[in-house]
Design a binder for this molecule. Structure first.
Ligand code: UDP
Length: 468
C-alpha cells in the first residue's frame, strides 16, 4: 500500500544485502561502506526527494526502492509529494510532452499557464519547505516541482534538479518547454540527466551529472515468479485463460480487458507493451504495426497500462486510452481477436506490480515502441526477465538495447513495417530470441541495478556537501 502521512511517503528500509546473490559481496560491501560514509558526512542533515506522485510511472517506481536501500544502509532520506489541481497537471503534462519534442494536448504554455503553475507551487511551499532544514540536500524530480527550487535554496538547502525526461534532438516544442522550465531550474546546485544529450546547452556542464536509472530485482515488479505462478497471476487477472490453474489469491482486482473473444491462450506467443497511456509511448502505433505487418498467425498482442484514473499527474491517459480502443474497434474481426487492451488497477501498487511482472515474464517479446523515451524502465524490467525486446532506437532505450546483442532496435519509431518485421523475426526464431534475452539480463545486471545508481548519487551528494 502507498503509505503517506500528509504528503510524506513512508518508505520502509530495505536491506541491501539481499542483492548479494545477484551482484556479489564486493558490490554490496561497497554500497554499505559508501552509505555509512555519506551518513557520517550528512550528520543531522537529510536527503529529501520531491516529486508529484507516489504511484504510477518510472520516478515513483524507482524512489520506493532507492529510498528503501538508502534507509537500509542508514542514510536519512525522505520523500515528499506535492499536490496540484487538474489544471496544474495539465500544464505540467504539456511541459513534459514538450521536453519529449511533442506538442502534447496542443494548449499554450504562456503567461496564464506560468501564473497557474506558480500559484499551485506557492500553495506547496509551506508543506514542502516545512520538511526541509538548512543544509539538507533536496532532489527535485522533473518539471512539476521545479518551481520549488528557489524557495528551497532560500531555506538553505542544496538542491539537485533531477530531470528524468528528454529528447535527443530539439524542436519548437522542446524549446517552448525549456523556456518555461529554465527560470526555475537554472539556479539548482546540480543537474542530473539520464543522458548528456538531454541537457540543453544553457545547463552549466560543471554542475551536470549523467546518471541512468535502475531497477530492483526484488521489487514486486521484478521478483522471480515460477512459470506456474505467472499463469496463476495472469489467470486471476483475467488476461490469460486459466487453463485449469487455480487463480493466484494475491490478485484481488482483475484487470479490465477490452477484447473480442476469449482470454489469451497460454500457449499462444504473446507480444506485450506495458506503458502509461501516453502519446509518446505510441500504443496506437504498436497496435497498427502488429495488425498490419506481423505475419505469424498465432501471435497475440497485449497493450497493458494502468487503469486510466489511476495516475494523478497524468491527465491525458483517458484520451489516449479512448483513442486506442477506437483504433482497435476499427480492426478487421480476425485481427481484433488477437489484440487485447488491458488496464490494470492501480489501487494497490504491489498487486499492480505482480500483474505487470507476470505479464512481462509471460511475453514472448516485450515491445517499447516509444516515439521518445527518457530511459524506459519497462525495457530494463523486460531485459532483467530475459525477455527479447523490440524497441525504438530513441532516448535512453539505446543505452540499454544493443541492437542484435541485447535486443532489437527499430531505427525509425514510425516505421511500422520494420517494427513488424523485427517481431516476426523473433517469433520465428526462438533460439535467437532466447540468446537476446540471456544477454539482456547480463547487461542489466552490470549496468542498471540500484547499487550502481545509489553510488552515483552518493558521490554527487558528497560533492555538494563538501562544497559547504
Ligand atoms: N507501469 C506499471 N503499471 C502499468 C504501466 C506501467 O507499473 O500499468 C510501470 C512500468 O512497469 C515501469 C513504469 O511504470 O516501471 C514506467 O516507467 P518508464 O520509465 O518505462 O516510463 P514512464 O512512465 O516513466 O514514462
Amino acid at each position: 500500500m502507498v503509505a503517506t502521512l500528509g504528503n510524506t511517503v513512508e518508505v520502509p528500509p530495505l536491506d541491501p544485502r539481499r542483492l548479494e546473490p545477484i551482484v556479489g559481496g564486493d558490490r554490496v560491501e561497497e554500497l554499505v561502506a559508501r552509505g555509512a560514509e555519506l551518513q557520517a558526512h550528512l550528520g543531522a542533515r537529510r536527503i529529501v526527494n520531491v516529486n508529484s506522485t507516489a504511484a504510477g510511472g518510472g520516478v515513483a517506481e524507482m524512489l520506493w526502492t532507492l529510498l528503501g536501500y538508502a534507509r537500509g544502509v542508514g542514510v536519512a532520506a525522505d520523500w515528499v509529494v506535492l499536490t496540484g489541481d487538474p489544471e496544474f497537471f495539465a500544464v505540467t503534462k504539456r511541459i513534459h510532452n514538450g521536453l519529449y519534442g511533442s506538442p502534447g494536448d496542443g494548449g499554450e504554455l504562456d503567461d496564464a499557464e506560468r501564473a497557474h503553475y506558480e500559484r499551485a507551487l506557492a500553495a506547496n511551499v509551506g508543506a514542502v519547505c516545512g520538511r526541509v532544514r538548512s543544509g539538507d540536500v533536496v532532489l527535485v524530480h522533473d518539471p512539476q516541482p521545479a518551481g520549488l527550487i528557489a524557495p528551497l535554496r532560500e531555506r538553505g538547502a542544496r538542491v539537485v534538479w533531477r530531470c528524468h525526461v528528454g529528447y535527443d534532438g530539439g524542436n519548437e516544442w522542446t524549446e517552448r518547454a525549456w523556456e518555461f522550465v529554465r527560470p526555475y531550474v537554472e539556479s539548482a546546485d546540480a543537474f542530473v540527466f539520464s543522458r548528456e544529450a538531454f541537457a540543453p546547452s544553457w545547463v552549466d556542464r560543471a554542475r551536470l551529472r549523467v546518471i541512468p536509472p535502475s531497477i530492483d530485482p526484488f521489487a514486486p515488479k521484478n521478483q522471480d515468479l515460477t512459470p506456474f505462478e505467472v499463469l496463476a497471476v495472469l489467470g486471476a487477472a483475467g488476461i490469460v485463460a486459466p487453463d485449469g490453474i487455480h487463480p493466484d489469491p494475491r490478485v484481488r482486482s482483475p484487470a479490465q480487458v477490452v477484447r473480442d473473444g476469449p482470454a489469451v491462450d497460454p500457449r499462444a506467443p504473446l507480444v506485450v507493451q506495458v506503458s502509461r497511456w501516453d502519446r509518446i509511448k505510441d500504443m496506437g502505433g504498436v497496435l497498427a504495426g502488429f495488425a498490419r505487418h506481423v505475419e505469424a498467425p498465432d501471435a497475440h498482442l497485449a497493450l497493458v497500462g494502468p487503469a486510466v484514473s489511476g495516475v494523478t499527474d497524468d491527465p491525458e491517459g483517458e484520451q489516449i486510452w479512448s483513442e486506442t480502443v477506437a483504433a482497435w474497434s476499427a480492426l478487421a474481426p480476425g485481427t481484433r481477436r488477437r489484440i487485447h487492451l488491458v488496464t490494470v488497477p492501480m489501487d494497490d501498487p504491489v498487486e499492480n506490480a505482480l500483474v505487470i511482472n507476470a505479464v512481462q515474464r509471460h511475453a514472448a517479446i516485450v515491445v517499447q515502441k516509444s516515439l521518445a523515451e527518457g530511459f524506459g524502465l519497462t525495457v530494463a524490467e523486460a531485459m532483467w526477465k530475459t525477455r527479447p525486446v523490440v524497441a525504438s532506437a530513441v532516448g535512453g532505450i539505446v543505452d540499454q538495447v544493443v541492437d542484435g546483442q541485447t535486443g532489437l532496435l527499430v531505427d525509425d519509431p514510425l516505421d511500422l513495417e520494420s517494427f513488424g518485421a523485427a517481431l516476426d523475426r523473433l517469433l520465428h526464431d526462438p533460439v535467437e530470441a532466447e540468446r537476446l534475452g540471456r544477454n539482456a539480463r547480463t547487461h542489466v545486471e552490470r549496468r542498471f541495478l540500484g547499487d550502481r545508481h545509489l553510488l552515483e548519487y552518493a558521490a554527487l551528494i558528497a560533492e555538494l556537501l563538501a562544497r559547504g
